[in-house]
Design a binder for this molecule. Structure first.
Ligand code: HEM
Length: 531
């Protein structure tokens, strides 16, 4: 009898509690996406009707005349930035109001992820970003490029042997993630592996588990950004335990070996060991001509380490070096692979663009000593390659969304002249993909057209943000660009890409993946150019 009336009352109270916050934006006169009770805006995320990035960016298309709109993540209010200029102000001039990324991972449950740059916040982030930035300057990238080019060149030789002069069909995501794995294993962990012929090597297997952005880990990553409160409440870890342990052991052994044998190699472990001894510097004069790896290169900003007690206690422990290396893996492979897959797709379906790029590749090869191994400088000079890569990053932004957490109340003026105050603690999403596909900024936005980048002055640089903006922008943009360009250079030197019979045109995207992916794969015919 008691249950008969207690249950409905409990349900009613729960319902009232779940919707109690839903007048938040109404009171502040801010347009917002109408929430579904309890779920807020993320209902369609659970039903997987739409890609998570599109769910989170819904308000962008619903409210074209505002600089910001509101969303509810379950019952928690959050914001969506509509104006790229506002994003830039938050990320640079008013950075001290938005120093953090949204991150609910804890050192206890995710020892590596919580120490990695994307998820670290506060004093730890400042200390790490300040220490790691010199590892990504132009001159360090040029040194590292030798390792990337060797790894890609070796893989390409094996692919040529495999083809025996005949065309063959391949799923390119698989190929590029193997190439990316080998290059990143070499530059992040100082170990050379060959995942094309030995796909069972432990670095590849663990790397796949580390960088997995679909299935359960993908869901957990989405939860950390879309439902941070719930994620924290459930006390989940994102990375698998064996993955955490594998990398910690691999890096610790590697460090001991180098220190004992005085080994120097131009890779991240070496640079981070230098950072630990405060010996990692920016070689200004050398860097001057090398800083840009292409139009899309993210701007470099100086981040000072905090001069208080908290920061002074932070030192580069082995685990911090492991976390940094693992995060380059985690953040780098998947996104660079995505860039390569979509660039290859566009080249295959736009044969005129591919032919023009091959002419540029062939001319560049004439300048090379051995006629085949690219140098950092040669790639920097290839203008059309840069246009193709820049347009791919616009049309198919691998990171469709980034975020900030408000760390200090922030007031700005909205389009209608009213003042809006974002309160400390609120999360903010920034829809990078929506900026890129907005015809206000890029006419005929769905058309793949590298010509847009022929004159960089024509590009709206506030709205073109494949690597984010400001002090928390992507630290790895130079590496990503040089690696992607190097792989494309080798690929187009040796093969012409044609759509395979299993390739869906236009591409059908996988709405369930946390990243950007083709539902049915990137099936291409690789036709050898020289037999
Ligand atoms: C095409 C490839 C890539 C794309 C499109 C990409 C994009 C991004 C974006 C959009 C952000 C967030 C920026 C912001 O919030 O303003 C980011 C952050 C980051 N990326 Fe990348 N990224 C790529 C490759 C890489 C690579 C190769 C590495 C490492 C070697 C890397 C390491 C990072 C790190 C550590 C952060 C966090 C920075 C911080 O919070 O201070 N990324 N990336």
């Amino acid at each position: 009898m008691f249950l008969l009336w207690a249950l409905p009352v409990a349900l009613y109270l729960f319902y009232r509690w779940s919707v109690a916050t839903y007048d938040y934006f109404e009171k502040r006169n801010i347009p917002y996406v109408k929430p579904v009770p309890f779920f807020g805006q993320v209902w369609s995320f659970f039903t997987q009707e739409k890609h998570a990035v599109d769910v989170a960016s819904e308000g962008y298309y619903m409210f074209p005349n505002t600089r910001i709109s509101g969303v509810f993540m379950l019952r928690t209010p959050a914001y969506l930035v509509h104006d790229p200029v506002l994003f830039k102000e938050m990320a640079i001039k008013d950075f001290d109001h938005f120093t953090d990324h949204v991150s609910e991972v804890t050192i206890e449950h995710d020892p590596l992820l919580a120490r990695s740059l994307f998820f670290a916040n506060g004093a730890r982030w400042r200390h790490h970003r300040n220490g790691l930035s010199p590892a990504f300057t132009g001159s360090k990238m040029r040194n590292m490029f030798v390792l990337v080019a060797k790894s890609a060149g070796d893989a390409m030789d094996r692919l040529m042997v495999f083809s025996r002069g005949k065309s063959f069909t391949m799923e390119l995501r698989d190929l590029y993630s193997k190439l990316g794995n080998d290059a990143m294993t070499s530059i992040s962990f100082g170990v050379e592996v060959d995942s094309l012929t030995d796909p069972e090597n432990e670095f590849f297997l663990k790397g796949k588990r580390l960088a997995k952005v679909d299935g359960l880990p993908g869901l957990k990553i989405l939860m950390t950004t879309i439902l941070p409160g719930l994620f924290k409440f459930l006390r989940l870890g994102v990375l698998y335990k064996d993955v955490n342990e594998f990398y910690q052991e691999a890096v610790a052994t590697n460090i001991r070996y180098r220190e004992k044998n005085y080994i120097k190699r131009p890779d991240f472990i070496h640079l981070m060991l230098q950072a630990r001894k405060n010996q990692l510097n920016t070689e200004q004069s050398e860097d001057d001509g090398l800083q840009s790896a292409g139009f899309s290169t993210a701007e470099t900003h100086t981040v000072e380490s905090q001069k208080d007690g908290a920061a002074e206690k932070l030192q580069w422990q082995d685990i911090d070096i492991t976390a940094a290396a693992a995060s380059f893996f985690f953040g780098g492979i998947e996104s660079t692979t995505t860039l390569l897959c979509f660039a290859s797709y566009e080249l295959a379906v736009n044969p005129d663009v591919q032919a023009r790029l091959q002419i540029e590749v062939d001319r560049a090869r004439e300048e090379l000593e051995d006629g085949k191994t690219p140098t950092y400088e040669i790639l920097q000079k290839m203008k059309y390659l840069d246009m193709v890569v820049s347009e791919t990053l616009r049309r198919w932004a691998p990171f469709g969304l980034t975020n900030r957490r408000c760390t200090k109340d922030y007031t700005f003026t909205n389009t209608d002249g009213t003042k809006v105050t974002i309160e400390r603690g609120l999360n903010i999403s920034i829809p990078l993909k929506s900026f890129h596909l907005d015809e206000k900024f890029f006419p005929d936005p769905l058309r793949f057209d590298p010509e847009r980048f022929a004159d960089p002055n024509q590009i709206n640089q506030d709205a073109y943000v494949p690597f984010g903006t400001g002090l928390r922008n992507c630290i790895g943009s130079r590496l990503a660009l040089m690696q992607a360009k190097c792989f494309l250079f080798y690929m187009l030197s040796n093969f012409t890409l044609q759509p395979g019979t299993k390739l869906t045109i236009p591409l059908v995207l996988d709405e369930t993946s946390a990243g950007l992916n083709a539902k049915h794969g990137f099936w291409m015919n690789l036709v050898p150019r020289y037999v």
